[in-house]
Design a binder for this molecule. Sequence first.
Ligand code: FUB
Ligand code: ZN
Length: 658
Amino acid sequence: MTDNAVASAAHVTRLRRAAVAPIAGRRAPLGTDAVTITGGVLATWQRRNRDETVPHTLGELLAAGNLDNLRRIARPETLADTAYRGRYPFLDTDVFKTLEGLAYELARPEGTRADAATEAFYEEAVALIEGAQRADGYLNSYYQAPDVPKEPWEDLAWGHELYNLGHLIQAAVAASRQLGDDRLLAVARRFADLAVDRFGPTGEDVVCGHPEIEMALVELTRETGDERYLDLSRRFIDRRGRGTVELRVFPAEYFQDSAPLRELDAVTGHAVRMTYLTAGAADVALELGDASLAGALHRLWGDMLDSKLYITGGLGSRHSDEAIGDRFELPSERSYSETCAAIATMQWAWRMYLGSGEAASLDTFETVLYNAYAAGLSDDGRAFFYDNPLQRRPDHQQRTGAEPEGELLRRGWFVCPCCPPNIIRWTAELQDHLAVLDGETLHLAQYATSSIEVDGLGLEVTTDYPWDERVVIDVRAADGSTRLALRIPAWCRGASLAINEEQVEADAAAGWLHVDRALAAGDRLELVLPMPVRAHGADPRVDGLRASLAVARGPIVYCAEQGDNDADLDLVSLAPADVRAARAEIRRVTPNSEAVTRVVTVAASVDPVPADGLYPELTAGDQETDAAASGTTTVTLVPYHLWGNRGAAAMRVWLRRA
Ligand code: FUB
Ligand code: ZN
């Protein structure tokens, strides 16, 4: 670690209750001891997480046998059946991810804390995990199961054992930071020590088929001060790309094993693997001050932003190998955009910002949060999208091999249930991603109704963002030592700031508006981020989006659902000027959406169905007919993340451009 790291360690220690708590660098995210979400859309999500998604998920984990798998090892005498339950060797991770979220939900103040049943699950799971660990530290209920004729570590490509360890570490760090409960941390350290022995400086020169351990190991060093874990993480990053993963079904790119990360010029392969890896690499680059790694990550980030990220922030174009796809391969109806990939992209974005201070990374974080990520969960909090398409055809009938009942809409659970518990932990941790102390300046990274307290500065933030453009910041306490910087999203033109009702200079540099005066208790800041309705086109190299248009307002991407519209969505055209002139009215769309949710209504034309078949010849006359609208209508658009909550119907993010 750098001298800078040592110098700032004491400072950061006070802020360690965040999910990501860097030792090096100048940016320290504020955690649960400093930030509380008290209202608005993120509070709604956190409440739903605690009251609906958590109880639902606990029930599913119990029914699917995830806890019994651990029980079979920890207390075999209490279980009659001996067979491992489930198809995959990584089902412990769903317990670990859930525990990570529960640590937050159980640490909340009285009145907002998760209930006794949640606590009982947490206690039972922790005890089973402790009991299932082997004397040498190894832990994996699949490889330890009596009926599984496989040995630990015999299948690094598909065994997911280090991926398992990664999620165990993250749960353990959360339990330690949020609850002061070090039981899981003791288990995680024993297993991590085994990994250091086996894969460290004197160990095997190999990597796990699924990255994830990398960011977990860095956080373990941050939590314990033991630098062997950070060193192992760096080794895993530098080892990957040298063809050590055994290939059976998928090529080396799938595992990011075709070229070393430092040399890779494009994000590639399995989307979740790629983004967990880059998130971990960003942690390593930050802690080690590794400029070459940081440079490679900027290159990869640029490739993703320039040609591979959906307008919703979704990542992954292919169902077949859950892969990112080629440049500009962004089909709407076959978008994979796994919910886990959305979370991993935000994890990467957050770390890119922590390393660089760039507001643009936070803009991407925000896009993913309010669109690709939020769409993954149903309005009632009890059903999930695994993949997140941007279009649903009227006659859609998807059947996948993995999910025998097909995928009508969101589902209550999956054979591979990686996404639901990932949503639990990520929603529980949202307050850790709102505010960051950058030296002496408090950065407001995301806007939410919240209470923030740090270094002699106490703020109350009140806003209906992202539905409303006004963010009010009341200064509760200020000793003048901490300055404030406000993120101005790239989509925003003409941001303005008033302090105590007096307009002040609001020129943002590189996405940050620095409030250049010492704040005093009683000050009121009013930030306005104008949110006209916007029309977006697409790079012509995205084949399916030529002559198309998408609608957005603030960070929210919109979609049209057939149920809200009389005209056939496949036949309507919107003119950019009509979109820009559109109304954004306040309307609750679903029972649990915010009362102040905005719905957009746009004047549109209805195109004729060609009279002569699927591929009519374009003669001069036909072209004129083709361009002529057969009628006019209005199209109602709702926030994309709320789609599919009112029955299965056609849906489109991209509509024809008039
Ligand atoms: O392999 C573990 C998880 O299962 C991946 O992260 C998901 O994409 C799913 O394939
Ligand atoms: Zn997933």
